[in-house]
Write a protein that binds this ligand. Structure first.
Ligand code: C5P
Ligand code: MG
Length: 164
């Protein structure tokens, strides 16, 4: 028996000076970064939540509370890696991941391949299963005014192991 599952993830972080801008584990040269308890990797957080959503295993805050000092400044790829292990244990394989980062500046497209490769390696899947897109908010709303960054992700999982 095989079964497809879909999961949705969304995240938002406030822009702050003197913080790194990390997307998919890649540090992007920028005059500002994102505020957060962990490394504030908004893209990795959205993808992690999408995987948890597809497997109905809760959300990122349930597994990695932002009140827990062990996650202060944490590399968010460790959250992603951990959730990949959780879903693999339950017999899920990742079919594909699609995502969008919404950020007014800097331009991100020149980092697309590096971000995709890093995410694919972290999730132990092929590069062509990982898509990362970028959008501005056309100067409208908090993202458009340069106050925050958002990311959205959707994943499809295939469960091949028999249900227990
Ligand atoms: O938001 P907009 O439609 O104007 O974005 C046009 C293109 O600019 C996007 O398709 C994306 O390739 C690129 N982009 C980018 N970095 C951003 C926002 C958009 O590279 N921060
Ligand atoms: Mg987050």
């Amino acid at each position: 028996m095989s079964e497809y599952r879909t999961g949705l993830g969304w995240d938002n972080h406030r822009i702050a000076p003197d913080r790194p801008l990390i997307l998919g584990g890649i540090r992007i040269p920028s005059e500002f970064g994102l505020e957060g308890h962990s490394d504030a990797d908004v893209l990795s957080h959205a993808i992690t939540d999408a995987l948890l959503g597809a497997s109905a295993l809760g959300d990122i805050g349930m597994h990695f509370p932002d009140t827990d000092p062990q996650w202060k400044g944490a590399d968010s790829l460790q959250f992603l890696r951990h959730v990949c292990a959780l879903i693999a244990e339950r017999g899920y394989r990742i079919v594909n991941v699609d995502s969008t980062v919404i950020l007014e500046k800097p331009k991100l497209k020149e980092y697309r391949i590096e971000i995709r490769q890093h995410l694919a390696t972290t999730m132990a899947i092929e590069l062509d299963r990982v898509s990362v897109k970028f959008k501005t908010a056309e100067k409208v709303g908090p993202v458009g005014e340069g106050l925050s960054a958002e990311a959205q992700a959707i994943v499809t999982l295939l469960k091949t192991a028999p249900r227990v």
